[in-house]
Each structure stands twice: as C-alpha cells, then as structure tokens.
Design a protein around this ligand. Structure first.
Ligand code: MOS
Length: 737
C-alpha cells in the first residue's frame, strides 16, 4: 500500500464503526437476549458477612407466581472446580463454585437462586426465601483483617530485591518513610453483569458480559466437564468492564447450571448491589514507601512494601510495586506484596491493577522527597530517569518519558509554578499544581485471526477478542484497510465469539498490540492467495513470481507496473473471496523490557471559604508507541483521567465494621466523578513514537496507563495548594479544613 494511504488510516481520528449500532439500539448486549421459552433467575444473597447456613425455608417462595425451581446448596448439580491457569486460558478469581456448601465467606454471596417465568416473578419470589444463618464475627476491612486474621501472607512471585535497600536507606542523608492507604474500589461499568445460558443437545451457548470469551468458554467447559468445542460464549458488545468482566464469576455458572437443570434458556442479571460484592473489586491496600537520596536528589534506596485484602478462600495480589521496580534508576530497591483474608468476595484486576494504587503511593512519596530536598518535583524525577529496566536488567524497547515530562510541562505552564505551598491564588481560590509520572507494562499475547477479501470489494475480519467500548472493532478495520486500501466502511469486523479464531482478553492494555499483528498477517495471507490466483489464471500476470507482485489500494501490481483489481481476479476465477488465516506469537522475550510511560500535570482549585475542591485543569502526555486511532486513544486517556480523579477524590467501597456488611453498594452512595467534577477539558498529548521492537504496528496499548499516577498528581496538587499531605484515599474535604 502507499504510505499515503497507510498514514491516513493508521493514527487517524476515526469514529467507531460500531457507533451507529449502539446509538440505534441494534447492538445486543448480554441481557438484551430474550430467547424463546426463556426463564429468568434472580439470586438470593447472603445478608451475613461470615458464617453458615443452618437452613433455608422455601415454603413462601414456592407459592409465589411463576416459580419454576429454587436452587441452593442442598439442591444444585455437582459441578467441577476450575484449576485457575492463565497459560491454559482458564483463569478464575473465585475458585469456589456457587452453592458448593453451606458456608458463607462474604456478604452478597449467592445462597440461593430462584428461577421463574419472568424477571419480576423471580425477584419477588427471591425476597420470600428465608435463610437461617449462624453469623461469625467478620473482618470488614483491611485493619480488621490485619488485627484478626494473623500475619499477612507474602507473595514470592511478585516481589523483587536488588542491592541492600535497608542498609542504603539507613545510611542515606535524606529520607522519607511514609505509609499510604487506598480503599476498596468497585468497578462500575454501565452494563450490568449478565448471563443468558442456552443448552441444545448437551452443548452450551452462553451470552455473557465478558472481557474474554475464550477464557470464559474454557472455564465453562471445565466446570461442566465438557470439551471446549461444546461451549460457545458470545459477547459482541460489552458496556465496559474495567477488569470485573475478565474472568467468570459465580453467576454465570449458576445461570448455566440452572438452565441445564430446568431444560430452558435462563437469563440472570446481577443486581448492582451484588456487583459490589460478587463480581470483584480493587482491594484496599496499605503501602509503606521508604526513599533515601543523596543531596543532589539521586535515589540511593527505595522500598515499597504493600499488603492488600483478599477473600477468605482465594488469593489475589494487588501488585502495587509493579512500576516501582523499574520507573526510576535506583541501585538498592525492594518491592514486596502480601495479602490478608477479609470477608469480602474475591478481588480482581481493576483498570491498571497494582499500578493505580501503587503509583499513588510512589508518586506521592517522590513529591514528599522533592519537597524535603527543596527540588522541583519534575526535576527530581528527571534526575532519576533511566532508559534501562533495572529490575529485568534490560533496556526499554522505546522510552520517551523525558519528552512526556517536557511536552506536558510546556503545555501546562509548569515553569510558572511557584513552589511555595499556598502561594498561587486566583480570587478566592488557592491554586495547586501537582504532577506525577504514569507507567504501565506493555504486553502482547498469542493470537489467531481470519480475514476474507470479497469479490464485491468488501472485506471480513474476525477474531475472538472483544470490543469493550474501547474501539477494537474500529482499529481492526483500520488495520485491514491500511494494508488493502479497502475503505473502512466496507470492512465487516466480527469479534466477541469464542468460535472465532482464538484472540486475547480485552484487558491488560494488550488487545491492540495482540490483535492487530494477527489481523495484518491474515490480511497478507489473503493477498498471497490472490497472488496465487492471478499467476495461475492465464491473465497478464501469468508466470510472474508472486514475490514480484505488489498489492496497493485494492489492486495487484506486477513488476512492469500493470495493475488489476483484486475483485476482478476473484470474479474471473468465480471465487467469492480470498481467505487468509494467521497465528502471531506473544511479545519477544529476553532483549527488551516493554513498557509505556507518561506524565500527568494537574491543577486544583481550593476555595477554603466554602470548602470546595475542584480539579480545574489536566495535561496528560502519554508515550504508548504508535497511536492507531487518535480519537479512541484520546478517549481512553480522558476516561482514565476521570477515573483517576474518582480515585483521588471520591471512590471508596465501605463496609460496616460491626456487621461486615457493605454500606454504599449503589450508584447513589458510591461516588464517581460527574461532569461537574471533571475539568472542562483534559489535554491529552499523544507522543506517537512507534515501538517496532514490540510489533509491526509499533503500538503498545493505551487502556490503562492514563489512570496510573493520576491520583498522586491530584494529591500533590492538593498539597501544593493547602499544605496538607493526604496519604489516605480518597481525599476528603474535611481533611483539608
Ligand atoms: Mo483490565 S483491569 O486488565 O480490564
């Protein structure tokens, strides 16, 4: 293809090709499926945080209209647990099966499932199920868990030590030793978790709100003891997930088992309140950071020791030190993670797991150190810049953090910062300026894809990855278009079905880097097939070497410059399409560390008279390699910045310390930023330096990095305005008064 065409397509600000379907209501989400003869399931959820079920009285519920069956621990089929394995693509967070026994480990746990002819009847009957519990004392939060449940369990896998961090800290002339606390946060995607299960001849089709149809298929197959070919999971549209839809939760198993038992399709929607308890959360953390520097601000020692809660039955590690290992140059460094059981459901990845709470701590502590050193916080970070991943002892494949610092600072006007606390004012507002680095690992997995170039001039591409709202449909079309010259609106993209060629989860910011190379290779394989036809079919290209044939803007071109439209080649060979399939491997290992970088610059305004705090301006400079779609990429960063503001100022899932029960498990009381809480504009600077060592597109992915560092940038700005160093999120107004 001509570079011209490629330039116009890769990196262009293209609107989502699935936008019209979503806006017109034709995009079918999981709960939109109402199959013939379908029954509806509604859960009964534990109202104690810990204990056991003595008995369940169903007499009233069974008399309710439309009830078909009620499942519970004494009336549920025997199923199989799934060994959780990422490598085998059957990872689960909650290993316990629903209704496995009469034990209760967390409030909101499924204790029964009512199946009825309508949603309303199922819900009404569920409220008539009477469960008798013996309740034990619960560990409602991190502090109670640490006090009650023994010593935290170290996670050996995620830790890292180099040099002698403790000795180096002790002898360092400048020291910061501080502890940061982050709360439990709950993923709140717009679309509810939902399952629609349908069995036919012993095969399961499951419509599931899922960020990973292949993983979900494999897990279901394990649970029901079936070969994977007999399970199909469909998730063509997802109203986001933020990580909560990466791995299957008990509701999906419950719906599928109920459907098989009653011999009818079953739909189960998880109520919002239970999305706070049984579909994962970001666990609360306590993180001790110790920084030692010399008098020039060079890091001598850095340690980051963290503990998070997990459930009573599974271990989930919030790897808060994942960025600390390599963001700055430091010879003596330790990162350690530990977990402690609490009476919560099992935590899971939430957008930038580990890094989001971890960089709040690290980048706040860096600010504290800069203040102690009387250095510009930006200059302090620059003084410790490295182009080598010292934890892996490898160079970064591509790093433009300095450019992110400089461009961000320039756009923000950082050089005009008066570093004295509370010194910048505008009317009643005290203005605070803060900044922080952001950082995220770049990952790329194995991937299969299929592409067909059709005789009518259209194309078709498919892969069993998903578009969770991020724009994956659109960038797949862009990739095919960039190679073939076929216009984007003539490229049909099918994603979100486990029967398509195996693709990645939509998570870890790796869908773009993983999927596009497979799509590109499948496209080229389809072109190779066309070349075979044009050489063999006796036309002008007869006898040409396929290597000498180019493909540009929908035409095959031979060495003499003679061109033929690929559609004509297909037509004269009486073929509907040329097909290509591809398998592409994961990221190359051993030579480079692949990471993305960036910097946030934040302005807050604090009006002490009326105790009003606002984030008024944000500039985010992001280095994620080649940008595939300028519009959807900027959208990802804007959304992440909003989420970072939520983390800084609002979000916290609270549990009652007396009962262990959730308090604010609803949209009214779990605060997230609304438009009035966000700055009018988020200035996103996309640096756009292709990282060809990572993949042929040079793209590293952009879903998560924007949320990292954001809470620290806000907290640092708050400190600059108010002099208050807030080490526990969210930052509450009362702490600033
Ligand atoms: Mo992301 S937390 O990997 O959906």
């Amino acid at each position: 293809m001509s570079d011209n065409v490629k330039e116009k397509i890769i990196g262009a600000p293209k609107s989502r090709i699935d936008g019209p379907k979503k806006l017109s209501g034709r995009a079918m989400y999981a709960a939109d499926h109402h199959l013939p003869n379908m029954a509806y399931a509604y859960g009964v959820f534990s109202t104690v945080a810990s204990g056991k079920i003595n008995g369940i009285d169903l007499s009233a519920a069974k008399k309710m209209p439309g009830v078909i069956d009620i499942f519970h621990h004494d009336h549920f089929p025997d199923l199989y647990r799934t060994p959780s394995s990422f490598a085998q693509e059957n990872k689960v967070d909650e290993t316990r099966l629903p209704f496995e026994d009469n034990k209760v480990y967390y409030p909101g746990q499924f204790v029964a499932l009512v199946v009825a002819d309508t949603f309303a009847n199922a819900r009404a009957a569920a409220y008539k199920v009477n469960v008798d519990y013996s309740a034990d004392e619960a560990a409602a939060n991190l502090e109670q868990a640490l006090a009650k449940n023994g010593s935290p369990k170290k996670d050996d896998k995620s830790g890292h030590t180099r040099g002698n961090p403790d000795e180096a800290f002790d002898s360092a002339p400048n020291k910061v030793d501080v502890t940061y606390v982050t709360p439990m946060e709950t993923h709140n995607p717009m679309e509810m978790h939902a399952s629609v299960a349908n069995w036919e001849n012993g095969d399961l089709v499951l419509y599931e709100a899922s960020q990973g149809v292949v993983f979900a298929r494999n897990v279901m197959a394990k649970v029901f003891g079936l070969p994977p070919e007999r399970v199909e999971v469909r998730a063509p549209f997802i109203g986001s997930g933020f990580g909560s839809k990466l791995w299957l939760w008990p509701h999906a198993v419950a719906a599928a088992a109920a459907s098989r038992e009653i011999g009818r399709p079953v739909q189960l929607v998880v109520p919002r309140a239970q999305m706070f308890t049984t579909t994962g959360h970001r666990p609360p953390t306590r993180q001790q950071i110790r920084i030692g520097t010399d008098d020039n601000g060079k890091l001598l020692a850095l340690s980051h020791d963290s503990v998070n809660t997990t459930s009573m039955v599974d271990t989930y590690v919030e790897t808060t030190g994942s960025c600390t290992k390599s963001l700055y140059s430091c010879p003596n460094l330790r990162v350690s993670h530990a977990t402690i059981g609490a009476n919560h459901g099992t935590p899971t990845s939430m957008r930038a797991p580990g890094a989001a709470p971890g960089l709040f701590a690290l980048e706040s502590a860096m600010d504290e150190m800069a203040e102690q050193l009387k250095m510009d916080p930006l200059e302090f970070r620059k003084a410790n810049y490295t182009e080598r991943d010292e934890s892996m002892d490898l160079p970064f494949s591509s790093i433009h953090l300095m450019e992110a610092f400089d461009k961000g600072a320039e756009k923000f006007g950082w050089s005009k910062r008066d570093h004295a606390v509370g010194s910048m004012r505008d009317g009643n507002d005290v203005i605070g300026w803060g900044m922080a680095a952001c950082n995220w690992e770049a990952l790329k997995m194995d991937c299969d894809a299929r592409v067909s170039l059709r005789a009518d001039g259209s194309a078709f591409a498919s892969c069993a990855t998903q578009d969770i709202g991020t724009g994956t449909y659109t960038i797949v079309a862009q990739a095919v278009s960039s190679i073939t010259g076929i216009p984007i609106d003539k490229i049909e993209v099918e994603l979100g079905d486990s029967s398509y060629p195996s693709g990645p989860i939509s998570g870890g910011s790796w869908a773009t880097a993983t999927t596009l190379p497979a799509i590109a290779q499948a496209t080229r394989a389809a072109i190779d097939e066309l070349k075979g036809y044009v050489v063999a079919d006796g036309g002008d290209f007869a006898g040409a070497k396929t290597d000498d044939i180019d493909f540009d803007d929908g035409k095959l071109i031979n060495a003499e410059g003679k061109a033929v439209a690929y559609t004509d080649v297909l037509k004269r060979n009486k073929l509907a399409n040329a097909d290509g399939a591809a398998h592409t491997p994961g990221a190359p290992k051993g030579e480079y560390s692949f990471r993305s970088f960036g910097a946030h610059f934040v302005e807050v305004r604090w009006d002490a008279g009326i105790s009003r705090l606002r984030v008024s301006r944000v500039v985010s400079a992001i280095d994620v390699g080649q940008i595939i779609n300028a519009k959807t990429s900027a959208n990802q960063v804007e959304g992440a910045v909003a989420m970072g503001i939520g983390m800084a100022l609002f979000e916290a899932t609270e549990y009652d310390e007396r009962s262990g029960l959730p308090i604010n498990n609803n949209y009214a009381e779990y605060l997230v930023p609304v438009h009035a809480d966000n700055p009018p504009d988020v200035d996103v600077v996309l640096l756009d330096h292709p990282d060809y060592k990572f993949n042929e597109f040079g793209a590293r992915g952009i879903g998560e990095i924007g949320v990292t560092g954001m809470a620290a940038a806000v907290a640092n700005a708050v400190h600059h305005a108010t002099g208050k160093r807030i080490r526990e999120l969210p930052i509450r107004l009362e702490e600033l008064m």
